[in-house]
Design a protein around this ligand. Structure first.
Ligand code: NAD
Ligand code: MG
Length: 398
């Protein structure tokens, strides 16, 4: 039977790759709902090609979308708006699968709604899990949702863990013979830059990732290594392990997407060409496998694989994220909120590259941590941290 898919953030890099996978399997999947935020022309073209039943946009974009749809003679698509619209399509009874591919905290409530409605949730939006952690996982358990990792590293770890690993009880220690998780990092575009060189890097340079083509925010996060920090937190939640069992390994070629080490000396790795269509297809079809256009790995071409430890002096963001995970409670939410504000300011050339982790550290030191036991608390501290980070940026500018 065909599965009905909702793609939150369809105009983004992950959203587009999702469409690419789905269109190879028209008998198995249909696009029921999509959302976009700013690229409305592109969104209308996606509506024409995929004919979803519903589309979600911000309310101030409805007129623009309606005109574009009318010009293409499309009249049978329901337009929903804002966060309420995103939540409505995420929990819609006709939807089987939700791709959570909005960037940042804006994806939290729609993703949580999909989980609470018991959907198969393909999680790309790591910020949502960094913020909500236990709440998201408990909701998945309580509502029988399948929360499957799309982030390439987490998808790789999921593939290397024992089959029933997530179904058995956990106390934060690795179990079933697992010793530790090795989270690989490309090191980003500035892997070999000196501190002096890092002072002057531009947004355009930061967004030019050597191996992956991604949205701007995650590209900057990859350049600071905050992306790996967020992924460390993501891994702790997804696989119920404490942070000391997650080791970050810099692997510049991005061929090994992550590894799991076992007590008997085995290390299992998942490898492939760096293309997000692979983890998307894996999460869509799991436990089955479906075709993608991704060419098989040619090991004679990729004959050299390198590994090194991350440098916490040039890339302090990773250390801040580890500390936030150790502190627990609301600290990951504070870290994430400050980082979202700092990255947006860097992209607008208001602060320098090395000031991104400084703003995050300042915010972590000036917002009181507490327990993350409700979504209301998480959303409140998220707003507070954004204010503190913005104020710090104003101080840095003056
Ligand atoms: P992107 O910037 O290309 O796309 C983001 C999408 O979110 C767009 O469709 C945009 O319209 C929508 N959006 C932005 N702000 C919004 C808001 N306030 N409200 C509603 N919608 C909004 O980003 P991306 O690279 O596709 O990344 C999406 C998510 O997936 C991020 O959380 C990222 O960390 C994660 N991710 C991406 C990759 C990748 O290869 N691109 C890999 C792993 C994880
Ligand atoms: Mg990743």
């Amino acid at each position: 039977m065909s599965q009905s898919v909702c793609i939150l953030g369809v105009t983004g890099s992950i959203g587009r790759s999702t469409l690419k996978v789905l269109e190879q399997h028209p008998e198995q999947y249909s696009v029921f709902a999509i959302s976009g935020h700013s690229r409305i022309q592109e969104l209308s073209e996606i509506c024409k090609q995929y004919q979803p039943k519903c589309v979600v946009v911000p309310s101030d974009k409805v007129d623009e979308l309606q005109q574009l749809l009318k010009a293409q003679n499309i009249s049978d698509i329901e337009i929903l708006t804002d966060e309420a619209g995103l939540i409505a399509v995420s929990e819609h009874p006709e939807v089987d699968v939700v791709m959570a591919a909005i960037v940042g905290a804006a994806g939290l409530l729609p993703t949580l709604a999909a989980v609470k409605a018991g959907k198969r949730v393909l999680l790309a939006n790591k910020e949502a899990l960094v913020m909500s952690g236990d709440i998201m996982l408990q909701a998945a358990k309580a509502h029988d949702a399948l929360l499957l990792p799309v982030d390439s590293e987490h998808n790789a770890i999921f593939q290397c863990l024992p089959q029933n690993y997530l179904q058995t009880e956990s106390n934060g220690q690795p179990k079933q013979g697992v010793k530790q998780v090795l989270l690989t990092a490309s090191g980003g575009p500035f892997l070999n830059h000196s501190l002096e060189q890092l002072k002057a890097v531009t947004p355009a340079q930061a967004c030019k990732h050597p191996n992956w083509s991604m949205g701007q925010k995650i590209s900057v996060d990859s350049a600071t290594l905050m992306n790996k920090g967020l992924e460390l937190i993501e891994a702790c939640h997804l696989f119920s392990i404490q942070e000391q069992f997650v080791t970050v390994v810099v692997h510049p070629q991005s061929i090994i997407h992550s590894m799991v080490q076992y007590v008997d000396g085995s290390t299992l790795a998942q490898m492939g060409n760096p293309d997000m269509c692979t983890p998307i297809a894996h999460a869509l079809a799991w436990p089955e496998r479906i075709e993608t256009h991704v060419p098989p790995l040619d090991l004679f071409v990729h004959s050299q694989l390198d590994f090194q430890a991350p440098d916490m002096v040039r890339f302090p963001a990773l250390k801040l994220a580890r500390q936030a995970m150790q502190a627990g409670g609301l600290a990951p939410t504070i870290l994430n909120a400050a980082n979202e504000i700092a990255v947006a300011s860097f992209l607008q050339q208001q602060i320098a590259f090395l000031e991104i982790p400084q703003v995050v550290e300042h915010t972590l030191n000036h917002v009181q941590n507490g327990s993350a036991d409700s979504i209301e608390k998480i959303l409140h501290i998220d707003q507070l941290a954004r204010q503190v980070a913005s104020k710090r940026i104003t101080e840095l500018e003056s």
